[in-house]
Design a protein around this ligand. Sequence first.
Ligand SMILES: Cc1ncc(COP(=O)(O)O)c(C=O)c1O
Length: 317
Amino acid sequence: MPAYAFFKKQFMPLSEAKISILTHAFHYGTACFDGIRGNWNGEQQQLYLFRINDHYERLLNGCRLLKIKLPYSVAELSQITIQLIEKSGYREDVYIRPLAYKSSEAIGVRLHDLEDDFLAIATTLPPYLDTEKGTRCGTSSWRRIDDTMIPARGKITGTYVNSALAKTEAWENGFDEAILLTHDGHVSEGSGENIFLVLGGKLVTPPTSDNILMGITRDTVMKIAKKELGIDTEQRSIDRSELYIAEECFLTGTAAHISQVIEIDHRPVGNGKTGKITAELQKIYFEIIQGKNPKHIHWCTPVYVKQVATQHSQSQQ
Ligand SMILES: Cc1ncc(COP(=O)(O)O)c(C=O)c1O
């Protein structure tokens, strides 16, 4: 599959999209990005982009934090993404990586007096966490970056050194994923996922003020838990020790989907198997992202509109 990029305002083969080694964002982490999934629905021969507008709204908020000015609206960014996938012709699950960055070839730490640019890559992504076996987590010795240091609500590239330190520490200690605590010891999130606990049959997840990324999967889970299962989510600070007494625990993210956590710090979560509520949410979520649930189809943007329309009109002839 030829991989394409949108780079310097045009579509081109990924192999031709190159930045200068002097690019500001490369030196100082002055960029923000997002991750969007396209989910292939074989029955409908359709690729659905999940909550693409929400992803681009978050990206544009990240741009505000970094004083990046893009000449594109959410609708234009979505259109670029659709064209990018159409060019590549993917007929499988895809992952889109848009990135807004300080593109000047300039030395000097700052956000002002620099040029900005936008790029996007469409690629495939192997499963990020194992949703069959479950994830084993370790609490990190690294603390989650605080809003007073780098805004945690933006997907700012530089911030991901914090995540990378935690992830690799967890991996070297034999875990699959890290759970980061805030500076005052409350549970914040995984290195690239939000976290939920089931306590007393209800969902509990850390609030924005505990330096989480405002995850789109997190929001999706809260909405479907309420609508489909009648379960409320409490957004409140979580103590570390609550991780050890939770009935269920799962991580959420565009890359990680809904991944059950089966062990934390060598303690089994619940009975060490996928919990009932987690399994129900996973089932509903996977149907929704593949455009199989008409109630939530407004979250799914079809890529191959023309083709489906053509097939439809052909079948009517
Ligand atoms: C640090 C962090 N937290 C949470 C998430 C989950 O966010 P979303 O569900 O929007 O992908 C991500 C992934 O983007 C992330 O990088």
